[in-house]
Design a protein around this ligand. Structure first.
Ligand code: CO
Length: 167
């Protein structure tokens, strides 16, 4: 089974707003399974479908010792704010402090189409916010503070160039 390769900053697909799924097919379930493999192989904590070149609202993530496969995830409640160091598999070697909600409640479907309601705090809350951003074409560099944006400018520009030249 061919694995997914992870798209890096500069790939057009990372800037697309993904479409919600109307129904979940076997192909979608295969995509979710392959995304789990890609996430674990790259030692990531979460992965969104556009990061493997697929413009659908699919996310996989770690929540404690569990692996969640989420379809059409959507946050409906937020509480508190917290700044934490964050990275992204599409930005190898780049880390920055990002301010996000401390706790969130979100809904999603699982791969069978059952409705899930999940309360997440701290790391899990951070991961789901980061991954839902991906589904909207929003990247963590968009949320960096001005100081980090300046500090990371060269690294970001280099990564973008490298991505564009490897096409
Ligand atoms: Co990411």
């Amino acid at each position: 089974m061919p694995g997914f390769s992870i798209r890096t900053y500069g790939s057009a697909v990372l800037r697309k707003r993904c479409k919600p799924l109307k129904k979940i097919t076997d192909e979608d379930r295969r995509v979710l399974e392959n995304m789990v493999h890609a996430m674990i192989a790259s030692k990531g904590l979460g992965l969104a479908a556009p990061q493997v070149g697929i413009g659908k609202r699919l996310v996989v993530m770690l929540a404690g010792s569990e692996v969640l496969k989420l379809v059409n995830p959507c946050i409906y409640k937020r509480k508190g704010r917290i700044v934490m160091k964050e990275g992204c598999l599409s930005f190898p070697g780049i880390f920055a402090d990002i301010r996000r909600s401390r706790e969130v409640q979100f809904g999603a479907l699982n791969e069978k189409g059952d409705k899930l309601k999940i309360k997440a705090a701290e790391l899990a809350a951070r991961i789901i916010q980061h991954e839902i951003d991906h589904l909207n074409g929003v990247l963590f560099c968009d949320r960096m503070g001005i100081i980090d944006k300046i500090k990371m400018r060269k690294a970001l520009r280099d990564l973008k160039k490298q991505t564009e030249s490897s096409k």
